[in-house]
Structures are given as structure tokens and as C-alpha cells.
Design a protein around this ligand. Structure first.
Ligand SMILES: O=c1ccn([C@H]2C[C@H](O)[C@@H](COP(=O)(O)O)O2)c(=O)[nH]1
Ligand code: ZN
Length: 196
């Protein structure tokens, strides 16, 4: 058995807390987990100037349009049977579902660089900054158009390169014992190591 353990001095401030950017981007990625799209799960998180989250969204069918009835295909004989006419993009959902009066001067954290349609909504809503993770559609005209509009409108955009590719959420962690001189030997970690 491979034994692994970590020390935590409970008298000192934690050093491995999430940075603001990690926290907001992770919130966007967590929202994306709600998406029913079988190919691309996109999330977005809007943050105001006080670092408060004021909107979260993911790509999904419009309210009242059942995601069991409307299509999720990328291709079909008729365009009407693909998802593209129907699905609401994550950015749009985050903006329209905001819990603040407006999103002026906010920053939007997105998993994927916004398309041209989302770029228009972002600009018109007053958002001033876009932080994105993936630019995998950089070669597409829609992405180029979005960048042209952002440039013209003075919207700042930059790619977030994470220090760690994963953030683990372990629901059992809240029950771990924390003693002053604690060395945790956590069962799940041991199991994971054994499976390597
Ligand atoms: O700015 C964007 C662009 C796309 N999306 C969503 C819309 C669709 O559900 C998928 C794209 O599907 P593909 O199969 O990758 O073509 O992503 C979005 O939310 N925001
Ligand atoms: Zn879009």
C-alpha cells in the first residue's frame, strides 16, 4: 500500500486557498456541470467591482423548451433538428439571470471565448472585462468577429492559465478531524494512489 499524508498546522493561516480568479473561474466550471449539452458544457460567472458574484449561467434550452424534447445534435438533415437554433449560451444566461440591477463595469469569467452573439450582449450589458479559459475556436469567424467588437468597444479580454488543472471538491472533507498537530492520512487519497 502506498501511504500518503499531508500536514496542516491549524494555528496558521491556510496557504492553499483559491485565488479570486480560480474561485470565479471554478464557479463558471461548476455551473457548466449543469449543462445537458453532450458535446460542450460552457459556464459563465459575472463578478462586480466589489468581487461579488452577480450572475451565473450555463448553456441550456430556454425556459419552457424541454431539454428532453429539443434536439442536442450538432448535425441533422434539417437545421431545425440541431441544437443551434435553440440553445441559450452560458454568457447570455448569466446576464439575463443576474441578481443585480445591472452588470455595468463587471467582469465575466467564461470557460470558452464568447461567440459573436454573446460578445454583442456582453458589450451592450456594460460588462468591461472578459476572462476566458479556452480559445479552442480561435480560428472561427465568430471568434474573430467577437474579438473585433471587443477591441472596438474597449472591452479587456485575457486568457486565464490555471496553475493547477484540477480543483477537487470532496464532500467528505468537512468531516475530517483537525487536531493541533494533525497529520491526515485520508482513505480516499490512499485508494486513489493504490489505483495508480
Ligand atoms: O459563446 C458560446 C458559444 C457556445 N456556447 C454553447 C452553445 C452550445 O451548447 C455549445 C456549442 O456546441 P458545439 O457542439 O461545441 O458546437 O456551446 C456557449 O454557451 N457560449
Ligand atoms: Zn455565445
Amino acid at each position: 500500500m502506498v501511504k500518503t499524508f499531508f500536514h496542516r498546522d491549524i494555528n496558521k493561516k491556510r496557504e492553499d486557498f483559491l485565488s479570486w480568479t480560480e474561485y470565479f473561474m471554478a464557479t463558471a466550471f461548476l455551473a457548466a456541470k449543469r449543462s445537458k449539452d453532450p458535446c460542450s458544457q460552457v459556464g459563465a460567472c459575472i463578478v462586480n467591482e466589489d468581487k461579488k458574484i452577480v450572475g451565473v449561467g450555463y448553456n441550456g434550452m430556454p425556459t419552457g423548451c424541454s431539454d428532453d424534447q429539443f434536439p442536442w445534435s450538432k448535425t441533422a438533415e434539417s437545421e431545425l433538428d440541431t441544437k443551434y437554433f435553440y440553445v441559450c449560451h452560458a454568457e447570455m444566461n448569466a446576464i439575463v439571470n443576474r441578481n443585480s440591477a445591472d452588470v455595468k463595469n463587471c467582469t465575466i469569467y467564461v470557460a470558452l471565448f464568447p461567440c459573436n452573439e454573446c460578445a454583442k450582449i456582453i458589450i451592450q450589458s456594460g460588462i468591461r472585462e472578459v476572462v476566458y479559459m479556452s480559445d479552442k475556436h480561435a480560428e472561427k469567424a465568430a471568434t474573430e468577429a467577437a474579438k473585433r467588437m471587443f477591441d472596438a468597444a474597449g472591452i479587456k479580454y485575457w486568457q486565464y492559465i490555471p496553475q493547477n488543472s484540477k480543483i477537487v471538491i470532496d464532500f467528505t472533507e468537512i468531516n475530517w478531524s483537525k487536531q493541533p498537530t494533525d497529520v491526515h492520512l485520508h482513505e480516499n487519497i490512499i485508494k486513489e494512489m493504490e489505483n495508480l
